[in-house]
Design a binder for this molecule. Structure first.
Ligand SMILES: N[C@@H](CCC(=O)N[C@@H](CS)C(=O)NCC(=O)O)C(=O)O
Length: 206
C-alpha cells in the first residue's frame, strides 16, 4: 500500500493527493508536519532528513520532493496520461513545475505566512505588500501563457497543472488584492471541475 506522509494543508502534500486521485490509486495518508509533529522524530528523519512533508513510501522505496514524487507516480502510471511522452511537451510540464517550486510559490510565501498564519499585530506589512505585488506579476505571466492553450503544457492536463494548480488554489483563495485574470480563472475552474481535484477544490486555505 502506498503511504503519503504529510498534512493536507501543505500544498506539496496536496500535489500527491491530487495526482494519486487522478491515477485512481489507493493510498494511505498519515498526518505529519505542522501541528502534527512527527517530522522531527528519528524514524521520519531516517526517511526524510529534511524533516519536511511530503514523503512517499512504497514497499520500502522512499521518495521526497513533491514534484519528483508527482513525476514518479505519473511515469509509473502512463495510462493516466499525466506526464507527456512527447519530450517537448514534457519539458513544458516540467518547466511549469519548476516555476511553481522556485518562483511563484516562494513569491507568495510572505503573504501566505503573514496573512494566514500570523496574528495581525505581528505581521510584516511591507513584506506582505511585496509578496502580493510579485504574485500579481506571476499571475500575469501565467495568464499570458494560458491565452492560447487549455493547460500549462498545451491541450492536455499534465503534472504541470497539478503543481501550478495547487499554487493557484492557494493564491486565488487568499484575501489578497490581485487582478482577476480571465485565462487563469478559466484554467483554474477547468482544473477544479476534474473529479481528481475534488479533495483539493474544497480545501480551505489554512
Ligand atoms: N521542496 C519540498 C518542500 C517541502 C516543504 O517545504 N514542506 C513544508 C510544507 S509545504 C513543510 O514540511 N513544512 C514543515 C512542516 O510542515 O512541519 C517539496 O516540494 O516537497
Amino acid at each position: 500500500m502506498l503511504k503519503v506522509w504529510g498534512r493536507l494543508s501543505s500544498i506539496n502534500v496536496q500535489k500527491l493527493v491530487w495526482c494519486l486521485d487522478e491515477i485512481g490509486a489507493s493510498f494511505e495518508r498519515v498526518d505529519a508536519g505542522g501541528e502534527h509533529g512527527v517530522v522531527n522524530g528519528p524514524e521520519y528523519r531516517a526517511m526524510n532528513p529534511n524533516g519536511l512533508v511530503p514523503t512517499l513510501e512504497e514497499d520500502g522505496f522512499v521518495l521526497w520532493e513533491s514534484n519528483a514524487i508527482v513525476r514518479y507516480l505519473a511515469a509509473k502510471h502512463p495510462e493516466a496520461r499525466l506526464w507527456p511522452e512527447d519530450l517537448r511537451v514534457r519539458a513544458d510540464a516540467d518547466r511549469w513545475m519548476d516555476w511553481q517550486a522556485t518562483a511563484s510559490t516562494p513569491a507568495l510565501r510572505d503573504a501566505f505566512w503573514g496573512l494566514i498564519r500570523t496574528p495581525p499585530e505581528k505581521r510584516d506589512e511591507a513584506a506582505i505588500r511585496r509578496s502580493v505585488e510579485k504574485t500579481d506579476e506571476n499571475m500575469a505571466i501565467l495568464d499570458r501563457w494560458l491565452a492560447n492553450r487549455a493547460y500549462v503544457a498545451g491541450e492536455a492536463f499534465t503534472t504541470g497543472d497539478i503543481a501550478v494548480g495547487c499554487y493557484a488554489h492557494r493564491a486565488l483563495n487568499m484575501p489578497i488584492d490581485i487582478q482577476q485574470r480571465p485565462n487563469v480563472t478559466a484554467w483554474y475552474e477547468r482544473l477544479m471541475a476534474r473529479p481528481g481535484a475534488a479533495q483539493i477544490a474544497t480545501l480551505p486555505i489554512t
